[in-house]
Design a protein around this ligand. Structure first.
Ligand code: PEP
Ligand code: MG
Length: 429
């Protein structure tokens, strides 16, 4: 196994899709083969996520990652040089232990994740097999249903849409490439619909449009229009999904969820308590082909999540993102308390590949669905595309079919589909 021995570990500070610094890590093995990975970063970061190390000095408004880069190139390199790169679990556990904190704040989850992902890629390269096959094994063949972003809103976007993401899932497609074809046609129909309505066609971080619309209903109406304009049937060909990112709407002063955009557009303050939120979603589910709601309630709203799951859990997909933070322990807690029925999987929420795989495993064992996800601040690295196939996640959420950082993942999946050929599968699990 000498050829898989780690010879060198090297990180560089690069820039992500929203202009913030991040890390790119390269691992070199004894036989000279290398593997690299870039680290994504969230904008709507949950309270229970592992912690990125940011410099906090003058450079990049405090967002620099020079300390994290140094950690990779010195402390982490010292520990893993000479180890067998094939021993991913051993390496990841060593990094977790050496960091020693419960949220990876000493080395930085960004430093640790970069090393963890680069290690897997170096092995796949050294073995001359695709990354999805290295991680997933010989039977990996399921292409994920893409949840494609059409419109963006939420706290970090300066428009009047309060819900963070509105997505389409081409459930009527018979292959991944067919799903992409449908989604791209609808994306371009949406552009035309917005121009016709004299609304902005500017784009958000995830690549979706960010017009000013008055309410979730109006957004979903516009989406119905775009789907039909592209020649598709809502519900049969296309279903809708939303990511509310409700932790960011939650107002702890009155234990309610505040909708600033809807308030502005209607001229009256719109607050909803947890019960009203559930009622609001039930209403949307009855009126639109909405099959998935992510973070419909805040990450600490245990009572609300139980109610939401009780009322809608056997009708639609209820996805925990901030709620679970790709954390095995939080998923177990959620499962045993009947909260949500699906888990969003973001490797950088937890910080190593091993823990990410553990989160997927535990979710699946509990009968929860899994969706592999990008971050708002992402790069051209398509690691999550391979990961989605490797773990047969069934679904992937990686933005609009627009912006290089988003299409990198879709394009990688198109190539994987071609590579697996007629043995590939595509269905909503
Ligand atoms: C998300 O909330 O699903 C998401 C992708 O968040 P972020 O903007 O933090 O990356
Ligand atoms: Mg989310």
């Amino acid at each position: 196994m000498k050829e898989y021995e780690i010879l060198n570990v090297h990180a560089v500070e690069i820039i992500d899709s929203i202009g913030n610094p991040t890390l790119d890590v390269t691992i070199k093995l004894k036989d000279g083969i290398t593997g690299s990975a870039s680290v994504p970063s969230g904008v709507s970061i949950g309270q229970y996520e592992a912690m990125e190390l940011r410099d906090g000095d003058k450079r990049h408004n405090g967002y620099g990652v020079e300390q994290a880069v140094t950690n990779v190139n010195t402390r982490i390199a010292d520990k893993i040089i000479g180890m067998n790169a094939l021993e991913q679990v051993k390496i990841d556990n060593l990094l977790i232990k050496a960091d020693g904190t419960d949220n990876k704040k000493k080395y930085g989850s960004n430093a640790i994740l970069g090393v963890s992902l680069a290690c897997a890629r170096a092995c796949a390269n050294a073995l001359s097999i695709p990354l999805y096959r290295y991680i997933g094994g010989i039977n990996t063949k399921l292409l994920p249903l893409p949840m494609i972003n059409l419109l963006n809103g939420g706290k970090n976007v300066r428009n009047t849409i309060d819900i963070k993401e509105f997505m389409i899932a081409p459930v009527g497609a018979d292959s991944f490439s067919h799903a992409m074809e449908m989604a791209c046609e609808i994306f371009s129909a949406m552009n035309r619909v917005l121009i016709f309505r004299k609304l902005s066609t500017g784009l958000g971080d995830d690549g979706g449009f960010i017009p000013d619309l008055s309410s979730a209903s109006e957004v979903l109406d516009v989406m119905m229009e775009a789907v039909e304009a592209a020649g598709y049937r809502p519900e049969i060909d296309i279903k809708f999904a939303i990511d509310v990112a409700a932790s960011k709407l939650y107002d702890e002063n009155n234990d309610m969820y505040y909708f600033p955009g809807e308030s502005y557009m209607s001229g009256k303050e719109i607050y909803r308590n947890a019960e009203e939120m559930v009622q609001y979603y039930e209403d949307l589910v009855n009126r639109y082909p909405l099959y998935s709601i992510e973070d419909g309630l805040g990450e600490n709203d245990i009572k609300g999540w139980k109610l939401l799951t009780y009322r809608l859990g056997d009708k639609i997909q209820l996805v925990g993102d901030d709620l679970f933070a790709t954390n095995e322990k939080r998923i177990i807690y959620g499962v045993s308390n009947k909260m949500a029925n699906s888990v969003l999987i973001k490797p950088n929420q937890i910080g190593t590949l091993t823990e990410t795989l553990n989160a997927v495993e535990i979710a699946k064992c509990a009968g929860y669905k899994t969706i592999i996800s990008h971050r708002a601040g992402d790069t051209e690295d398509s690691f999550i595309a391979d990961l989605a196939v490797a773990v047969s996640s069934g679904q992937i959420k990686t933005g609009a079919p627009c912006r290089g950082d988003r299409v990198a993942k879709y394009n990688r999946l198109l190539k994987i589909e071609e590579e697996i050929g007629k043995d590939s599968k595509f269905f909503l699990p």
